[in-house]
Design a protein around this ligand. Structure first.
Ligand SMILES: C[S@@+](CC[C@H](N)C(=O)[O-])C[C@H]1O[C@@H](n2cnc3c(N)ncnc32)[C@H](O)[C@@H]1O
Length: 364
Protein backbone atom coordinates (compact mmCIF):
# COMPACT_ATOMS: atom_id res chain seq x y z
CA UNK A 1 0.00 0.00 0.00
CA UNK A 2 1.44 3.42 -0.95
CA UNK A 3 1.54 6.45 1.35
CA UNK A 4 -1.21 8.07 -0.74
CA UNK A 5 -3.44 4.99 -0.37
CA UNK A 6 -3.00 5.05 3.38
CA UNK A 7 -3.82 8.75 3.53
CA UNK A 8 -6.93 8.26 1.41
CA UNK A 9 -8.14 5.33 3.49
CA UNK A 10 -7.51 7.11 6.78
CA UNK A 11 -9.25 10.30 5.75
CA UNK A 12 -12.33 8.37 4.62
CA UNK A 13 -12.46 6.58 7.97
CA UNK A 14 -11.82 9.83 9.83
CA UNK A 15 -14.56 11.60 7.89
CA UNK A 16 -17.03 8.85 8.71
CA UNK A 17 -16.04 9.03 12.35
CA UNK A 18 -16.47 12.79 12.46
CA UNK A 19 -19.95 12.34 11.02
CA UNK A 20 -20.73 9.74 13.64
CA UNK A 21 -19.44 11.92 16.48
CA UNK A 22 -21.36 14.93 15.20
CA UNK A 23 -24.52 12.82 15.15
CA UNK A 24 -23.85 11.75 18.73
CA UNK A 25 -23.23 15.35 19.86
CA UNK A 26 -26.41 16.46 18.12
CA UNK A 27 -28.33 13.68 19.83
CA UNK A 28 -26.89 14.58 23.23
CA UNK A 29 -27.68 18.29 22.78
CA UNK A 30 -31.24 17.48 21.73
CA UNK A 31 -31.69 15.10 24.65
CA UNK A 32 -30.75 17.91 27.03
CA UNK A 33 -33.41 20.16 25.48
CA UNK A 34 -35.91 17.31 25.72
CA UNK A 35 -35.11 16.82 29.38
CA UNK A 36 -35.60 20.56 30.04
CA UNK A 37 -38.97 20.39 28.31
CA UNK A 38 -39.89 17.32 30.28
CA UNK A 39 -38.96 18.48 33.80
CA UNK A 40 -40.58 21.87 33.26
CA UNK A 41 -43.77 20.31 31.91
CA UNK A 42 -43.50 22.18 28.60
CA UNK A 43 -44.66 19.38 26.32
CA UNK A 44 -47.54 18.75 28.69
CA UNK A 45 -48.49 22.46 28.78
CA UNK A 46 -48.45 22.73 25.00
CA UNK A 47 -50.32 19.44 24.61
CA UNK A 48 -53.03 20.61 27.00
CA UNK A 49 -53.34 24.13 25.56
CA UNK A 50 -53.09 23.37 21.84
CA UNK A 51 -51.43 25.94 19.54
CA UNK A 52 -49.40 28.18 21.88
CA UNK A 53 -47.15 31.24 21.58
CA UNK A 54 -44.02 31.75 23.67
CA UNK A 55 -45.80 34.45 25.69
CA UNK A 56 -48.77 32.19 26.42
CA UNK A 57 -46.42 29.38 27.43
CA UNK A 58 -44.55 31.70 29.79
CA UNK A 59 -47.84 32.84 31.34
CA UNK A 60 -49.05 29.29 31.70
CA UNK A 61 -45.86 27.84 33.23
CA UNK A 62 -44.42 30.86 35.04
CA UNK A 63 -41.07 30.20 33.32
CA UNK A 64 -38.71 32.76 31.81
CA UNK A 65 -39.97 34.04 28.45
CA UNK A 66 -36.57 34.56 26.85
CA UNK A 67 -35.43 31.00 27.62
CA UNK A 68 -38.74 29.64 26.38
CA UNK A 69 -38.37 31.39 23.01
CA UNK A 70 -34.98 29.76 22.59
CA UNK A 71 -36.29 26.37 23.67
CA UNK A 72 -39.33 26.58 21.39
CA UNK A 73 -37.14 27.55 18.45
CA UNK A 74 -34.84 24.57 19.05
CA UNK A 75 -37.79 22.19 19.31
CA UNK A 76 -39.31 23.47 16.08
CA UNK A 77 -35.99 23.20 14.22
CA UNK A 78 -35.52 19.68 15.60
CA UNK A 79 -39.02 18.70 14.45
CA UNK A 80 -40.28 17.97 17.96
CA UNK A 81 -42.77 20.85 17.79
CA UNK A 82 -44.42 22.39 14.75
CA UNK A 83 -44.60 26.18 14.22
CA UNK A 84 -47.27 27.87 12.09
CA UNK A 85 -44.92 30.52 10.62
CA UNK A 86 -41.34 31.79 10.88
CA UNK A 87 -41.48 34.25 13.78
CA UNK A 88 -40.27 32.45 16.88
CA UNK A 89 -41.53 35.27 19.14
CA UNK A 90 -45.16 35.46 18.04
CA UNK A 91 -46.08 32.31 16.09
CA UNK A 92 -47.81 29.29 17.56
CA UNK A 93 -46.26 25.96 18.45
CA UNK A 94 -47.88 22.54 18.68
CA UNK A 95 -46.66 19.06 19.56
CA UNK A 96 -45.27 17.16 16.57
CA UNK A 97 -46.78 13.73 15.85
CA UNK A 98 -45.40 11.07 18.21
CA UNK A 99 -44.58 13.40 21.11
CA UNK A 100 -47.62 12.37 23.16
CA UNK A 101 -46.61 8.70 22.98
CA UNK A 102 -42.89 9.20 23.54
CA UNK A 103 -42.88 12.00 26.13
CA UNK A 104 -46.29 12.41 27.77
CA UNK A 105 -47.52 8.94 28.68
CA UNK A 106 -45.03 7.07 30.93
CA UNK A 107 -46.82 3.73 30.48
CA UNK A 108 -47.03 3.97 26.69
CA UNK A 109 -45.00 1.27 24.90
CA UNK A 110 -43.25 4.07 22.95
CA UNK A 111 -42.43 6.22 26.00
CA UNK A 112 -38.77 7.29 25.73
CA UNK A 113 -38.48 10.08 28.29
CA UNK A 114 -35.99 8.04 30.31
CA UNK A 115 -33.35 8.37 27.61
CA UNK A 116 -33.26 12.13 28.14
CA UNK A 117 -32.66 11.80 31.89
CA UNK A 118 -29.52 9.67 31.45
CA UNK A 119 -27.31 12.61 30.47
CA UNK A 120 -27.99 14.88 33.47
CA UNK A 121 -27.65 11.85 35.75
CA UNK A 122 -24.21 11.00 34.39
CA UNK A 123 -23.36 14.71 34.57
CA UNK A 124 -23.84 14.65 38.35
CA UNK A 125 -21.47 11.74 38.78
CA UNK A 126 -18.95 12.59 36.07
CA UNK A 127 -16.23 14.23 38.20
CA UNK A 128 -16.27 11.17 40.48
CA UNK A 129 -16.17 8.87 37.48
CA UNK A 130 -13.10 10.61 36.06
CA UNK A 131 -11.36 10.25 39.43
CA UNK A 132 -12.50 6.64 39.79
CA UNK A 133 -10.45 5.66 36.74
CA UNK A 134 -7.37 6.69 38.76
CA UNK A 135 -8.37 5.25 42.13
CA UNK A 136 -10.44 2.22 41.17
CA UNK A 137 -13.17 3.38 43.56
CA UNK A 138 -16.83 2.88 42.83
CA UNK A 139 -19.30 5.69 42.12
CA UNK A 140 -22.47 5.16 44.18
CA UNK A 141 -25.87 5.21 42.48
CA UNK A 142 -26.81 8.15 44.72
CA UNK A 143 -23.98 10.20 43.15
CA UNK A 144 -25.95 10.15 39.87
CA UNK A 145 -28.63 12.21 41.57
CA UNK A 146 -32.37 12.08 41.39
CA UNK A 147 -32.21 11.93 37.59
CA UNK A 148 -30.78 8.44 37.84
CA UNK A 149 -33.91 7.14 39.52
CA UNK A 150 -36.10 9.16 37.14
CA UNK A 151 -34.23 7.69 34.15
CA UNK A 152 -34.34 4.12 35.46
CA UNK A 153 -38.03 4.26 36.27
CA UNK A 154 -38.95 5.87 32.96
CA UNK A 155 -36.80 3.50 30.88
CA UNK A 156 -38.31 0.24 32.13
CA UNK A 157 -41.87 1.05 33.18
CA UNK A 158 -43.30 0.83 29.63
CA UNK A 159 -42.03 -2.73 29.27
CA UNK A 160 -43.46 -3.79 32.63
CA UNK A 161 -46.78 -2.10 31.82
CA UNK A 162 -47.09 -3.63 28.36
CA UNK A 163 -45.06 -6.83 28.17
CA UNK A 164 -44.51 -8.35 31.63
CA UNK A 165 -48.00 -9.78 32.02
CA UNK A 166 -49.03 -10.02 28.36
CA UNK A 167 -45.87 -11.64 26.95
CA UNK A 168 -43.24 -12.58 29.50
CA UNK A 169 -45.20 -14.41 32.20
CA UNK A 170 -46.96 -16.68 29.64
CA UNK A 171 -43.55 -17.58 28.18
CA UNK A 172 -42.35 -19.06 31.49
CA UNK A 173 -43.81 -22.59 31.83
CA UNK A 174 -46.13 -22.83 34.84
CA UNK A 175 -45.58 -19.28 36.08
CA UNK A 176 -49.10 -18.03 35.30
CA UNK A 177 -50.59 -20.91 37.34
CA UNK A 178 -48.25 -20.28 40.29
CA UNK A 179 -49.13 -16.58 40.33
CA UNK A 180 -52.85 -17.26 39.90
CA UNK A 181 -52.84 -19.52 42.96
CA UNK A 182 -51.48 -16.64 45.09
CA UNK A 183 -47.71 -16.84 45.17
CA UNK A 184 -45.28 -14.97 47.42
CA UNK A 185 -42.89 -13.05 45.17
CA UNK A 186 -39.66 -11.22 46.03
CA UNK A 187 -38.59 -8.61 43.48
CA UNK A 188 -34.91 -7.85 44.05
CA UNK A 189 -33.33 -4.58 42.95
CA UNK A 190 -36.90 -3.42 42.39
CA UNK A 191 -36.04 0.25 41.77
CA UNK A 192 -39.24 2.28 41.51
CA UNK A 193 -41.20 -0.95 41.85
CA UNK A 194 -43.07 -1.21 38.55
CA UNK A 195 -42.33 -4.90 37.98
CA UNK A 196 -43.71 -5.72 41.46
CA UNK A 197 -46.71 -3.44 40.98
CA UNK A 198 -47.69 -4.87 37.58
CA UNK A 199 -47.51 -8.44 38.97
CA UNK A 200 -49.76 -7.48 41.88
CA UNK A 201 -52.22 -5.66 39.62
CA UNK A 202 -52.55 -8.65 37.31
CA UNK A 203 -52.71 -11.35 40.01
CA UNK A 204 -55.01 -10.33 42.89
CA UNK A 205 -53.89 -13.19 45.15
CA UNK A 206 -50.18 -12.43 44.81
CA UNK A 207 -48.12 -10.70 47.51
CA UNK A 208 -44.86 -9.06 46.47
CA UNK A 209 -41.95 -7.85 48.57
CA UNK A 210 -39.73 -5.42 46.66
CA UNK A 211 -36.18 -4.82 47.90
CA UNK A 212 -33.63 -2.23 46.89
CA UNK A 213 -30.78 -0.58 48.76
CA UNK A 214 -31.55 2.85 47.28
CA UNK A 215 -33.81 4.97 49.49
CA UNK A 216 -35.05 7.30 46.73
CA UNK A 217 -36.12 4.33 44.64
CA UNK A 218 -38.04 2.75 47.51
CA UNK A 219 -39.76 6.06 48.32
CA UNK A 220 -40.94 6.27 44.72
CA UNK A 221 -41.94 2.58 44.70
CA UNK A 222 -44.13 3.03 47.78
CA UNK A 223 -45.79 6.07 46.24
CA UNK A 224 -46.34 4.23 42.95
CA UNK A 225 -47.90 1.23 44.73
CA UNK A 226 -50.27 3.51 46.65
CA UNK A 227 -51.29 5.35 43.47
CA UNK A 228 -51.91 2.05 41.68
CA UNK A 229 -54.04 0.73 44.55
CA UNK A 230 -51.85 -2.27 45.47
CA UNK A 231 -50.04 -0.99 48.57
CA UNK A 232 -51.87 -3.56 50.71
CA UNK A 233 -50.24 -6.45 48.80
CA UNK A 234 -46.92 -4.93 47.73
CA UNK A 235 -44.38 -4.05 50.37
CA UNK A 236 -41.18 -2.17 49.59
CA UNK A 237 -38.14 -2.15 51.85
CA UNK A 238 -34.69 -0.62 51.73
CA UNK A 239 -32.50 -3.67 52.07
CA UNK A 240 -29.31 -5.04 50.57
CA UNK A 241 -30.14 -8.00 48.36
CA UNK A 242 -27.81 -10.32 50.19
CA UNK A 243 -29.97 -9.83 53.32
CA UNK A 244 -33.34 -10.87 51.89
CA UNK A 245 -33.27 -14.37 53.30
CA UNK A 246 -32.99 -12.78 56.76
CA UNK A 247 -36.71 -11.95 56.60
CA UNK A 248 -37.49 -15.66 56.80
CA UNK A 249 -40.30 -15.50 54.21
CA UNK A 250 -40.16 -18.39 51.74
CA UNK A 251 -40.80 -17.13 48.22
CA UNK A 252 -42.37 -19.11 45.37
CA UNK A 253 -40.81 -16.76 42.84
CA UNK A 254 -37.78 -14.49 43.16
CA UNK A 255 -37.16 -11.99 40.37
CA UNK A 256 -34.13 -9.95 39.32
CA UNK A 257 -35.30 -7.42 36.74
CA UNK A 258 -32.31 -5.81 35.04
CA UNK A 259 -30.19 -5.57 38.15
CA UNK A 260 -28.02 -8.66 38.65
CA UNK A 261 -25.22 -7.23 36.50
CA UNK A 262 -25.20 -4.09 38.73
CA UNK A 263 -24.65 -5.92 41.99
CA UNK A 264 -21.29 -5.73 43.71
CA UNK A 265 -21.81 -9.33 44.85
CA UNK A 266 -23.87 -11.20 42.25
CA UNK A 267 -23.07 -14.68 43.57
CA UNK A 268 -24.08 -13.70 47.10
CA UNK A 269 -27.27 -12.13 45.70
CA UNK A 270 -28.13 -15.31 43.80
CA UNK A 271 -27.29 -17.42 46.85
CA UNK A 272 -29.60 -15.28 48.98
CA UNK A 273 -32.34 -15.69 46.38
CA UNK A 274 -31.88 -19.49 46.33
CA UNK A 275 -31.96 -19.68 50.12
CA UNK A 276 -35.16 -17.62 50.19
CA UNK A 277 -36.98 -19.97 47.79
CA UNK A 278 -39.89 -22.10 48.96
CA UNK A 279 -39.73 -25.78 47.90
CA UNK A 280 -40.42 -25.95 44.14
CA UNK A 281 -39.75 -22.24 43.72
CA UNK A 282 -37.63 -20.65 41.02
CA UNK A 283 -35.70 -17.52 40.22
CA UNK A 284 -36.39 -15.42 37.12
CA UNK A 285 -33.61 -13.18 35.85
CA UNK A 286 -34.12 -10.52 33.20
CA UNK A 287 -30.82 -9.00 32.23
CA UNK A 288 -29.03 -7.41 29.31
CA UNK A 289 -28.95 -9.14 25.95
CA UNK A 290 -25.19 -8.91 25.63
CA UNK A 291 -23.97 -10.97 22.66
CA UNK A 292 -23.06 -14.53 23.65
CA UNK A 293 -19.52 -13.85 22.44
CA UNK A 294 -17.87 -10.48 21.96
CA UNK A 295 -18.46 -9.10 18.46
CA UNK A 296 -16.31 -6.04 17.77
CA UNK A 297 -17.33 -3.70 16.38
CA UNK A 298 -20.83 -4.45 17.63
CA UNK A 299 -24.29 -3.32 16.56
CA UNK A 300 -26.05 -0.31 18.13
CA UNK A 301 -27.57 -2.30 20.98
CA UNK A 302 -24.20 -3.78 21.94
CA UNK A 303 -22.55 -0.36 21.63
CA UNK A 304 -25.16 1.17 23.92
CA UNK A 305 -24.81 -1.61 26.49
CA UNK A 306 -21.02 -1.49 26.45
CA UNK A 307 -20.95 2.30 26.86
CA UNK A 308 -23.54 2.12 29.65
CA UNK A 309 -21.28 -0.34 31.41
CA UNK A 310 -18.47 2.24 31.50
CA UNK A 311 -20.48 5.25 32.61
CA UNK A 312 -23.19 3.62 34.74
CA UNK A 313 -23.28 -0.04 35.78
CA UNK A 314 -19.65 -0.93 36.46
CA UNK A 315 -18.81 2.16 38.57
CA UNK A 316 -22.05 1.75 40.55
CA UNK A 317 -21.27 -1.90 41.23
CA UNK A 318 -17.72 -1.19 42.38
CA UNK A 319 -18.89 0.53 45.55
CA UNK A 320 -17.59 -2.34 47.67
CA UNK A 321 -13.84 -2.89 47.73
CA UNK A 322 -14.15 -6.60 47.02
CA UNK A 323 -16.76 -6.04 44.31
CA UNK A 324 -17.24 -8.72 41.68
CA UNK A 325 -19.59 -6.59 39.57
CA UNK A 326 -20.16 -7.98 36.08
CA UNK A 327 -21.18 -4.73 34.38
CA UNK A 328 -23.71 -4.41 31.59
CA UNK A 329 -22.19 -7.07 29.31
CA UNK A 330 -23.67 -10.03 31.17
CA UNK A 331 -23.34 -12.92 28.70
CA UNK A 332 -25.21 -16.22 29.14
CA UNK A 333 -22.03 -18.16 29.97
CA UNK A 334 -21.20 -15.75 32.76
CA UNK A 335 -24.72 -15.99 34.14
CA UNK A 336 -24.46 -19.80 34.13
CA UNK A 337 -21.16 -19.60 35.95
CA UNK A 338 -22.53 -17.21 38.62
CA UNK A 339 -25.65 -19.35 39.07
CA UNK A 340 -23.55 -22.49 39.43
CA UNK A 341 -21.41 -20.88 42.13
CA UNK A 342 -24.62 -19.83 43.90
CA UNK A 343 -25.80 -23.44 44.01
CA UNK A 344 -28.34 -23.51 41.18
CA UNK A 345 -28.56 -26.79 39.29
CA UNK A 346 -30.39 -25.58 36.18
CA UNK A 347 -30.30 -22.41 34.12
CA UNK A 348 -32.78 -22.16 31.24
CA UNK A 349 -32.80 -19.33 28.73
CA UNK A 350 -36.48 -18.49 28.28
CA UNK A 351 -38.14 -18.13 24.85
CA UNK A 352 -38.72 -14.38 25.11
CA UNK A 353 -37.50 -12.27 22.24
CA UNK A 354 -36.49 -8.75 23.24
CA UNK A 355 -33.93 -6.43 21.63
CA UNK A 356 -32.34 -5.40 24.94
CA UNK A 357 -33.02 -8.20 27.40
CA UNK A 358 -32.53 -11.92 27.81
CA UNK A 359 -34.57 -13.96 30.30
CA UNK A 360 -33.45 -16.92 32.39
CA UNK A 361 -35.06 -19.32 34.83
CA UNK A 362 -32.82 -20.68 37.58
CA UNK A 363 -33.80 -23.70 39.65
CA UNK A 364 -31.85 -25.15 42.60
C1 LIG B 1 -30.71 -0.99 36.72
S1 LIG B 1 -31.62 -0.73 38.21
C2 LIG B 1 -33.06 -1.73 37.91
C3 LIG B 1 -34.22 -1.30 38.76
C4 LIG B 1 -35.55 -1.99 38.43
N1 LIG B 1 -35.49 -3.43 38.61
C5 LIG B 1 -36.00 -1.65 37.04
O1 LIG B 1 -36.06 -2.53 36.19
O2 LIG B 1 -36.29 -0.48 36.78
C6 LIG B 1 -30.70 -1.65 39.38
C7 LIG B 1 -31.23 -1.50 40.78
O3 LIG B 1 -30.45 -2.34 41.65
C8 LIG B 1 -30.33 -1.69 42.89
N2 LIG B 1 -29.19 -2.26 43.62
C9 LIG B 1 -27.89 -2.26 43.26
N3 LIG B 1 -27.15 -2.93 44.18
C10 LIG B 1 -28.01 -3.37 45.13
C11 LIG B 1 -27.86 -4.13 46.34
N4 LIG B 1 -26.68 -4.58 46.73
N5 LIG B 1 -28.95 -4.39 47.07
C12 LIG B 1 -30.17 -3.93 46.68
N6 LIG B 1 -30.37 -3.23 45.55
C13 LIG B 1 -29.31 -2.94 44.78
C14 LIG B 1 -30.16 -0.22 42.51
O4 LIG B 1 -30.44 0.64 43.58
C15 LIG B 1 -31.14 -0.10 41.35
O5 LIG B 1 -32.41 0.32 41.78
Amino acid sequence: MTTTDTATTDSAAAEALVGRMFGAALGAAELYTIYLGDIHGLYRAIGDAGPTTATELADRTGLDHRYLVEWLQSQAISGLLTIDGTDVWTDRYELAPGIRETLLDPANPFFAGGLAAILPAVGHAFPQLVEAFRTGAGVPYAAYGQEAVIAQEALNRPAYANSLIAEWVPAVPGLHDVLSRGARVADLGTGAGWSAIELAKAYPAVRVDGYDNDEDSITRARRNAAEQGVADRVDFEVRDITAIAAGGTPYDVVTFFECLHDFAHPVEALTAAREALAPGGSVIVMDERADEVLAAPGDEVQRFLAAASVIWCTPQGRVDEDSEVVGTMLRPDRLRQLAGRAGFGTVDVLPIDHPFWRFYRLTP
